[in-house]
Design a binder for this molecule. Structure first.
Ligand code: PMV
Length: 338
């Protein structure tokens, strides 16, 4: 029987987090931290998900097909929700054996979105659905909302389209950015956090302080718009200023933590042109904008206070391999949503 494997990358949020949940834009790039899903069709009318590497545990999960998507189990919620979306569109739903694999530690760099995209792409292919990138985005985003409740979808878009993208809430815009260089160093604070908790925390703050928080989001949006041209034109000093300003506004939202702040200040003191946290905050990663001459010093500063994560940036999006032949999903190039 044919075996289909899809592999999708993780992401690094560059600017615009939190505001992007409320209709504003963000800029995100991919990181070479991959999750794969291998799918085989079966005749047992069940979904079996096996994942050998999830937080150092081997998990095997089984459910009859007609219960897929209900009462998602915590460990395999994203994979199951992705299968549910695909099965709902399949002409002839059938049993599926889904084997996912990825890094044991993902540093908050997008393993949930990568697994969702990899599972959705592999299952769609196995079941003969010829999806465009936009269709894959819509299905995978619906799966994330089912598994996580909230989210802008930026990480799903990154995992599908790859490279560096300009993204607006729910995929209202998904545009490629041509970035000849991405001179960023990633630092891990040592703690992995729940995105949901911090998104909810900002939502509560927004309820208490609607006017002020809306103004902060608008300001984040202005910085993000400005950063788009600074990044593509390689105006590093200007981009560094914008990253630092964005960080200040994230501090005002209350999502920074002492370990992240230590990394951010240490990177700046070691010569970074700018540094900020990446993603929901509360832990996970930060990144620093580094000129070549300061790279070693900034890496050492990051390693002193946390962990430098050495991953390529701006890597291609999801790829499918069938019988040793690898190709991209149709309509690969990112574009504005129709
Ligand atoms: O914590 P991460 O890396 O999953 O990023 C969350 C980014 C938010 O803007 C806070 C939420 C979202 O879905 O856009």
């Amino acid at each position: 029987m044919k075996t289909i494997t899809a592999r999708a990358p993780g992401k690094l949020m560059l600017l615009g987090e939190h505001a992007v949940v409320y209709g504003y834009p963000c800029i995100v790039t991919t990181v070479g931290l991959y999750v794969s899903a291998t799918v085989t069709l079966t005749n047992d009318h069940r979904l079996t998900i096996s994942t050998p590497n999830l937080r150092h545990q081997k998990i095997t999960f089984q459910k009859p097909l007609d219960e897929i998507g209900q009462d998602l189990s915590v460990e395999t919620a994203f994979a199951e929700a992705a299968v549910a979306q695909i099965l709902a569109r399949a002409a002839a739903p059938t049993g599926l054996l889904v084997h996912t694999d990825g890094p044991t530690l993902s540093y908050g760099l997008g393993s949930s979105s990568a697994v969702t995209v990899a599972v959705a792409a592999a299952c769609a292919h196995a079941l003969g659905l010829n999806l465009t990138n936009r269709e894959l985005f819509d299905l995978a985003y619906a799966a994330v909302l089912a598994a996580q409740g909230k989210g802008s979808g930026f990480d799903i878009a990154a995992a599908i389209y790859g490279g560096t993208i300009w993204f607006e809430t729910a995929g209202k815009a998904i545009e490629p950015l041509i970035c000849p260089e991405l001179p960023f160093l990633i630092g891990y604070s040592g703690a992995k956090v729940s995105t949901r908790r911090f998104v909810d925390g900002v939502a509560q703050l927004r309820q208490r302080q609607p006017t002020h928080i809306e103004r902060i989001f608008q300001q984040i949006s202005e910085l993000t718009k400005d950063a788009r041209s600074a990044l593509t034109n390689q105006e590093w000093q200007r981009l560094g200023d914008l990253l630092d300003l964005n960080q200040g506004l994230l501090d005002s939202l209350g999502v920074n933590t002492p370990p992240l702040a230590r990394l951010i200040f240490a990177a700046r003191e070691a010569g970074a042109l700018g540094a900020k946290l990446s993603g929901a905050g509360g832990g996970d990663c930060m990144f620093a904008l580094s000129q070549p001459a300061d790279r070693q010093a900034i890496m050492a500063a990051i390693n002193h206070h946390g962990q430098w994560i050495d991953l390529p940036l701006g890597v291609p999006g999801v790829q499918i391999t069938v019988d040793d032949h690898t190709y991209n999903t149709p309509n690969r190039s990112p574009r504005s949503a129709e």
